[in-house]
Design a protein around this ligand. Structure first.
Ligand code: IPM
Ligand code: MG
Length: 359
């Protein structure tokens, strides 16, 4: 039976990178006889423009019935002035939450060809392979109450609630530990347990979960130190597990170790392994429409989709291998360009990946 992939291109560079990712997906679909059926939907700003809502009911219904979702990126200045609850980001957060995609996997792998594109010294990042496991449907992103209120003296006050239930911590903990078992058996849990009660509980529960994985080494680190260590000696980490907001921040930092956030894919999984796949980067309004966007993060997200949801590891390997080949060939979008390489635009990069798949 055909498997349905919902494609949500999103805003600004979203559609540009998605065009390339879809070309690659169609290529492996034909080659590996995956029997995929693509359906397109609207999310974020594009959905606001067309329907007035960032997550239209039709999109949510398609998402629920899809085997996997491939997302570009959403948001941008064009919708800065819409009401808070209608912001494009609310569409993304809504789909994560409605589909219970609690487990966000953000691998930061340095392709050796890009060691000089990183802002860090080659020896600090060479061979880097870490996995950030970010809790995606809880924490301060979703905690209630939230809002902006006016106090009696007329001053306005913004407030959010940082809350985690034991069950939420346990669930993301199990995911992190089981992934560590397929890697180097080390989990570092990142919290702010010296200040925040919610992460004191996080640390306790991680200890309890860790006890069930005696073969995996568990350590803890405060988030401020983790940010510093990521820049100082990132190779000390194997799997980093953390809450929603810390994971958001640390994954951008980790991205830059790899040369460019334009290289970082991600998977957001529910309890049964169904998932949404998207690059870690945003919509890059400043370069939209100029063919400058790097499609590799989205193409690598396709590979993650094949590996984690569609159980086609051979197709996933083929894509990752093809990406490595184009980097070997010296092809670079502006974000990963270093002197002596060949500068290419978004679609030429996609074409090169396809050529490498065919070779
Ligand atoms: C990410 C993004 C999103 C987040 C935004 C666009 C809501 O930064 O996926 O990391 O904060 O989760
Ligand atoms: Mg982010």
């Amino acid at each position: 039976m055909a498997r349905k992939i919902l494609v949500l291109p999103g805003d600004y560079i979203g559609p540009e990178i998605m065009t390339e990712a879809v070309k690659v997906l169609q290529e492996v679909d034909a080659r590996f006889k995956l029997d995929l059926e693509l359906e397109y939907g609207l999310l974020g700003g594009a959905a606001i423009d067309a329907t007035g809502q960032p997550l239209p009911p039709e999109t949510l219904a398609s998402a629920r019935s899809a085997d996997a979702i491939l997302l570009g990126a959403v948001g941008g200045p064009r919708w800065d002035n819409v009401e808070r609850h209608l912001r494009p980001e609310r569409g993304l957060l809504g789909i994560r939450s409605e589909l219970k995609l609690f487990g966000n996997l953000r691998p930061a792998i340095l392709y050796p060809q890009l060691a000089d594109a990183s802002s860090l010294k080659r020896e600090v990042v060479a061979g880097l392979d870490i996995l950030i496991v970010r809790e995606l449907t809880g924490g301060i992103y979703f905690g209630e109450p939230r809002g902006i209120r006016t106090l009696e003296n007329g001053e306005r006050e913004g407030f959010n609630t940082y809350v985690y239930r034991e069950s939420e911590i346990r669930r993301i903990g199990h995911l992190a530990f089981s992934l560590a078992r397929k890697r180097n058996n080390r989990v570092c849990s990142v919290d702010k347990a010296n200040v925040l009660e919610v992460t004191m509980l996080w640390r306790e529960v991680m200890e309890e979960v860790g006890a069930q994985y005696p073969d995996v080494e568990l350590s803890h680190m405060y988030v401020d130190n983790a940010a510093m260590q990521l820049l100082r000696a990132p190779k000390q980490f194997d799997v980093l597990v953390t809450g929603n907001m810390f994971g958001d921040i640390l994954s951008d930092a980790a991205a830059m170790l790899t040369g460019s956030i334009g290289m970082l894919p991600s998977a957001s999984l529910d309890e049964s392994g169904r998932g949404m796949y998207e690059p870690c980067h945003g919509t890059a309004p400043d370069i939209a429409g100029q063919g400058k966007a790097n499609p590799l993060a989205t193409i690598l997200s396709v590979a993650m989709m094949l590996r984690y949801t569609l159980a086609s590891p051979a197709a996933a390997d083929a894509i990752e291998q093809a990406v490595s080949v184009v980097l070997d060939q010296g092809l670079r979008t502006p974000d990963i360009y270093t002197q002596g390489q060949q500068l290419v635009n978004t679609s030429a990069m996609g074409d090169a990946v396809i050529a490498a798949l065919r070779a």
